[in-house]
Write a protein that binds this ligand. Structure first.
Ligand SMILES: [Zn+2]
Length: 301
């Protein structure tokens, strides 16, 4: 099996939690646009846990058209492949020897760091924390509040990872090589955009909590047209918030080596289309996610 890229790089992997593909439509995201084309991809999981298990196993959301690219096209090859996976002849981005991406990079001497996130990353014993050794992962909400599920609203800005770009950049500053992962819950309900919303929207966000997770609106008060589109717009503003903070983070990260940058939604979110809300359901709005890949990014300082 041939590898396309060498180990002389660092990694920034960001999952935009619950961010569906069309949230990018009309969103102002100059930082992400500079990184690469935002492609429509299909997730392997309709909620956080299975989606991240797949990603950590080297299976990013799949862009259908990329499968038809020439076998040596960097956009088409599998970026990360674990050597324990089924052996296939051909070309991959990088072959990693380990049970997860984190394991594989750690075995190569990379510093592994993680920041989050949604409740699946809350404690050392949560399943999505298992790829991390003690001290490698920081969960800001866990550190700040005792509300594992983020059900308090509005949430404090300092419980979100992209508020802490200094601390995140600092965590890799004196490292030779690093694999940095951020699970960004800003785009997850209750859609943190960095500004206080008007009271009407606050009430809608609070009310919508009870019919997430594929449940229906119990009072049948809202559809996409009568309320869902306002939540969708909040997710768009949360994406723009992340984009602004990402620019600052990229400026602070060491730039001595090219950075493999991958940004994707883990799954999407239904906002009332056909009476469906939230995720943990296999609806098109939940399965279609954005994917951006840049295999050798260097920040222009
Ligand atoms: Zn998620």
């Amino acid at each position: 099996m041939k590898e396309l890229i060498s180990y002389d790089h660092n990694v920034l992997l960001v999952t935009l939690d619950s961010c569906r593909y069309d949230t990018f439509n009309g969103a102002v995201t100059p930082t992400m646009n500079r990184l690469g084309l935002v492609k429509p991809a299909l997730t392997h999981g309709d909620y956080t846990l299975p989606a991240h298990v797949s990603i950590f196993n080297g299976q990013l959301p799949r862009v259908r058209g990329d499968l038809d690219l020439p076998p040596d096209d960097p956009q088409g090859v599998q970026l990360w492949r674990l050597s324990r996976a089924r052996s296939v002849e051909g070309i991959v981005g990088l072959l990693l020897d380990g049970y997860t991406l984190q394991d594989g990079y750690r075995n190569r001497g990379f510093a592994v760091r993680g920041f989050g996130g949604t409740a699946y990353f809350w404690e050392d014993t949560d399943i999505l924390r298992l790829p991390y050794k003690v001290g490698e992962f920081t969960h800001f909400a866990a550190r700040e509040v005792g509300d594992k599920h983020g059900w308090e609203y509005p949430r404090l800005e300092r419980t979100f990872p992209f508020f802490h770009v200094d601390e995140i950049a600092e965590s890799v500053h004196d490292q030779e090589n690093w694999f940095l992962f951020i699970n960004a819950p800003e785009t997850h309900w209750p859609y943190h955009s960095g500004v206080l919303e008007n009271q009407e929207l606050v009430e809608l966000v609070k009310y919508s909590h009870q019919f997430r997770g594929g449940r229906t609106d119990p009072k049948n008060k809202f559809s996409y047209e009568t309320g869902g589109h306002l939540l969708h717009e909040l997710q768009r503003k949360a994406l723009e918030y992340i984009d602004r903070r990402l620019e600052i983070l990229l400026d602070k990260l060491p730039s001595d080596k090219p950075i493999v940058v991958v940004i994707c939604g883990d799954h999407g979110e239904a906002f009332g289309e056909g009476g469906l809300w939230g995720h943990i359901l296999s609806a098109p709005q939940v399965l279609n996610v954005p994917l951006i890949k840049n295999l050798s990014y260097r920040h222009q300082k």
